[in-house]
Design a protein around this ligand. Structure first.
Ligand SMILES: [Ca+2]
Ligand SMILES: [Ca+2]
Length: 295
């Protein structure tokens, strides 16, 4: 990987590999001469991070126009696979499982036009953070347009399925599933995981992510949450069910106001996520003003 150049294809034969150092590259391909890393034919390739030093990941890309496909990255002490400030990457049919931090990570400024297609990311748990950080896919701390996640299955991670914390450009997420996240399957006695299916922002950025045709269920917090992102997030044809908190949080606030409201009232949300006409005795998490209805 280190010696790759534009046009290089690296094919890996089937088997489980346990590298002692991170496989990484800063090489750049071009849009017409990509660098490709993939399993040979239909052989099963697993890159296993269990022999790596604490805090290391099995593989990472720092360059542009890479295609990485049909490989599993597992059992790492930190993230499974990390893409930093890359342009034009295609990451297809990858599995990131049972790692010690988020499974798949896109990060850094200058992260643009990357496609993550058919990612399976599950069983990720960060013991050092007691589950604070291990998401299925984390697109955090960066910027750049044209990034898309499609066909992902993000499940049984200790923190969130998707987390877009402090990524300041719109991400498109479609045709993906996030389920079973946030459950303390590891018996961590200082458990701090969140458990949103789709955490669509946070950290003070305003960004209009685009989220269409996804499903989120059986997560321990919300199915979909804007997570304090005030941007005009687009949500179309998504399904949420059987999440412990709200399916969509906060969902269309106006629809949740009392049905017979005739004046302007202040609705507040109780910790139970219900919207109430009167201030609850518990401190409100959020206050909105309902529209005046015609009498
Ligand atoms: Ca968290
Ligand atoms: Ca998270």
């Amino acid at each position: 990987m280190k010696n790759a150049a534009a046009g290089t294809t690296i094919q890996v034969r089937g088997g489980t590999y346990t590298p002692s150092a991170t496989l990484k590259s800063t090489a750049n391909g071009t849009s017409s001469a990509r660098i490709t890393l993939k399993a040979h034919g239909s052989e099963k390739v697993k890159i296993d991070g269990s022999k790596l030093a604490d805090g290391s990941w099995p593989a990472g890309i720092f360059g542009d126009y890479w295609t990485v496909q049909n490989i599993t990255f597992q059992n790492s002490p930190a993230q499974g696979f990390v893409v930093t400030s890359s342009v034009g990457g295609v990451f297809k049919n990858l599995v990131t499982a049972d790692n010690g931090d988020s499974g798949f990570t896109l990060r850094g400024d200058g992260t643009s036009n990357n496609l993550v297609q058919n990612l399976d990311s599950y069983g990720n748990y960060d013991p050092a953070g007691h589950g604070q950080n291990a998401d299925g896919i984390a697109v955090k701390f960066g910027s750049g347009t044209g990034n898309r996640i499609t066909g992902a299955r993000l499940y049984n991670n200790l923190d969130d399925g998707v987390d877009l914390w402090q990524f300041s450009s719109p991400i498109t997420i479609d045709h993906s599933w996030a389920f079973g996240n946030g459950k303390n399957r590891w018996g961590d006695t200082a458990f701090e995981g969140n458990g949103n299916g789709y955490k669509l922002g946070g950290g003070g950025v305003t960004v209009a992510h685009i989220v269409n045709n996804n499903a989120g269920w059986d997560n321990t917090l919300n199915g979909f949450t804007e997570n304090s992102n005030p941007g005009a997030i687009v949500l179309n044809r998504n399904t949420a069910y059987s999440n412990a908190e709200a399916g969509f949080s906060p969902s269309s606030v106006r629809r949740r106001c009392p049905p017979r409201t005739t004046g302007t009232v202040v609705c507040r949300r109780r910790p139970s996520s219900r919207w109430m006409r009167r201030p609850p005795t518990a401190p409100a998490r959020r206050t909105v003003r309902c529209p005046r209805r015609p009498s």
